[in-house]
Design a protein around this ligand. Sequence first.
Ligand SMILES: Cc1cc2nc3c(=O)[nH]c(=O)nc-3n(C[C@H](O)[C@H](O)[C@H](O)COP(=O)(O)OP(=O)(O)OC[C@H]3O[C@@H](n4cnc5c(N)ncnc54)[C@H](O)[C@@H]3O)c2cc1C
Length: 372
Amino acid sequence: MTGHKKIIIIGGGLSGLTSSILLQKAGYEVTLFEKKRYPFHRVCGEYISNEAWPFLESLGIRLAELKPSQITRLSITSQRGRELLTNLSMGGFGLSRYKLDDQLYQHAQRLGVTFLFEKVIDIQFKNGSFEITSENGIHHSTIAIAAYGKRSNLDQKLKRSFFYNRSPYLGVKYHIKTDLPDNLIRLDNFNGGYSGVCKIEDEKFNLCYLSQTVNLKKHEGISDMEEQVLYKNPFLKHLFKNSEFIYKKPEVINEISFEPKTLIEDHLLFCGDSAGMITPLCGNGMAIAFHSAKILSECIINSTQGNNLNRQAMERDYKERWSNEFTLRLTSGRIIQRLFGSPLLAELAVTAMKNLPALNQIIVKKTHGKVF
Ligand SMILES: Cc1cc2nc3c(=O)[nH]c(=O)nc-3n(C[C@H](O)[C@H](O)[C@H](O)COP(=O)(O)OP(=O)(O)OC[C@H]3O[C@@H](n4cnc5c(N)ncnc54)[C@H](O)[C@@H]3O)c2cc1C
């Protein structure tokens, strides 16, 4: 195998696993570093826009066999107890990351991707190739993909500017058993955040919320914050009080940043959340992770001819295609997010969307992309 056919991917979430499958299938020799062992839970709302369904099937994942829920209706509630109910024209499906990431991992492994369950601690580009340092040694490759998610030790090492701005959000996730319609995703607003609930596989529901960190600082832990802040929305209070919580403790992450990020730094190619994260309200981070991995893999494949890699053309092509596809969506996500989290704005948004069905369909459309 010649040098340029060796690719190292750092991070085995959706974008890393997808890139590994596409590139291994195209004849590259792929090594993927992941610091955790599959299967594992992640903080995520686990609602996937239907735009990703055909692509996942084309990768070789038999989605229907995993029995995801099919989601066709959206409800948005405000702290004062108003509710907007609408159809989701494209819709989506609910499936746990525990199951989805594990399926992709097993598929990649069958195709011959090498998995190293080690944390990467440094990445450097020297003399035309990458030197990747993990906990257990040093590895080399001509191409390296950074698919390590929204925030990692590596962002600090690489001195990425967003890392130094404090991010005001934390995310909390539960799996619960509850009594809600199977085809509904409900978004409940509260002061400083919003929560989503939807059905996933095996009669379970995902309950996941994003809150400003200040809410937690003002209260004594997660449950106290939930009682003092989230329960002010009667829909959320009812949900928390009338559900069976499957985990003893929630999954929690903090320092979530939606700021723009760089796509390529010193020839390192960023993909998925590490290239830019969409606000979860727009329900599309996972579809973007798959889609950006597809675009990046195509750019790499198209720029490799025989033994030659045209790195300049590959990078130019990736920047152009990524920007055409995602810049506007990420920007609208940030704007829509501002409507929520403030009780007054959320109240106004729910009222306006209730009274103007055309407006709510425009907003819903903005949160879903096209089949890719
Ligand atoms: C609260 C919340 C709710 C969300 N809800 C939804 C939703 O309902 N629908 C939706 O579509 N999207 C949602 N998202 C977004 C979605 O989760 C992400 O967009 C998606 O997971 C991005 O995939 P990724 O592969 O880029 O990163 P990730 O899935 O985060 O994977 C990154 C991987 O890199 C590994 N890693 C990190 N650093 C290192 C290192 N140094 N060495 C080795 N491995 C490393 C990590 O362990 C991880 O496995 C939500 C996000 C949040 C925060």
